[in-house]
Design a protein around this ligand. Sequence first.
Ligand code: GLU
Length: 379
Amino acid sequence: MRNKLFSHVKRVVIKIGSGVISTDAGLDRDRLAAIAEDICGLLNKGLEVILVSSGAVAAGKGQLGITGRPQTIPQKQAAAAIGQTRIIRGYKETFMAHDYNVAQVLLTRDDLSNRRRYLNARNTMSTLLEYGVTPIVNENDTVVVEEIRFGDNDNLSALVTGLVEADLLIILSDVDGLYDSNPFDNPQAELIPVVERVTAAIEAMGSSPTGTLGTGGMLTKLKAAKKAALSGVGTLVVNGRRTHVLQQVFAGEEIGTYFLPARSKLTAKKQWIAFSKKPRGKLLIDEGGQQAVIKRGKSLLPAGICGVDGGFERGDAVRLCDLDGKEFARGVVSYSLTETLKIMGKQCAEIEALLGYKYRDEVVDRDDLVLTVEGEEET
Ligand code: GLU
C-alpha cells in the first residue's frame, strides 16, 4: 500500500533531526554519510530532494566545551556557526563521491514572512533543482533572535514543503513514529501506522518530552504534518537511525507513521498567509461577522469589526478573533489600523465619507483570508 502511496512522488523534502545525525559526543559522521548515500540513491532514481537538516548546534557545541544543551542564545548561535560548516561538509563529501552537488540555504522566519523574499527563496530553490543541485536548508541560527525564529526545523520543513511544492515530506526522527502513548514510559505503547487527520486527540498522543539534542518532539512533528496536509502533502515520520531507512520507505515497507494529506488543499497564497506571513495585529469580530466568514465563506466587511489591536499597515496579516480574543481566521488587510479604527462597525457605503477615499468594501477579502486550522496556535 505504501508502495502505491509514494509512486507519484517526484519531489520530496527530507528533514533530518539533530538526534539522527549526532550523539552527545557531537556529529555522527557515519550516520550522516549513510543517509546522504541513500539520498544519492533517490537522486539516481530521478527524484528531486530538498534536505532540511538540523544538527548544527549539536555538531558545534563540543568545540566550545559545552555538554548538554547550550544555555545562552549566543552560545547556541556560536555552536551553530561552527557546526553548520561541519554538517555541510559531511553531506558535500558523500554527494560529490556520487557526482552530485549540494547548496546551503539558510533561512530566517522573516525571509518567508516577506512575500518578495518568499518568492525569491522559491525561485532560488527551483533553480538549484533545475541544475540538479540538492538544497540543504537550515534555520540561519547565527543571526536569528527569538521573535524571528521558526522555532524548530519540523516547522521549517513544512514551510519548505509548501514553498517548493513538494509531493511528500519525510521527517527522519530518533523515534519510530507516533505511538498511542509515550513509548518511553509505556512498553505496551503501539505505533500508529496511518493518521487521517491531526486532531486534538492525536496531538495529545504526541505530547512526549523533547530530547536533549533537537528542539522538537513529537508535537512539533504533528504540527508540521498538519501544515503539510493543508498544503496537499502527506508526511511520513520515521526513525532515521534505521539502516537504509530511505531505501525501505521507497521500497514500500510499512514503517513509521504516515499522515495523509487533507482532501482540499489551500492555494499557494493562502498557505503563505496561514503559515509564513507573520500577523501584526488582531481584529475582534462580532457574531454576524463571524457567521459571514466562517459559515457563509464571505469576506470581512467593516460592519463586522468591533475592536482592533496592534499596529498593522495595509497589506499586513492580522488575526481575526471572536469576542473572547480566540483566533478563528487569518487574513491580509486592505486598510491600516488608523483607517480601520475610523470605519469599523460602519456600512460599506460610509467608507468614502469617513476616509475621504475608498480602496474597496472588504477589510479582508475572501481571497486573502484563511480559516485557522483547528487547535493551531501561533505560527
Ligand atoms: N537549527 C538547529 C540546528 O541546526 C536545530 C533546530 C531543531 O532542532 O529543530 O542545530
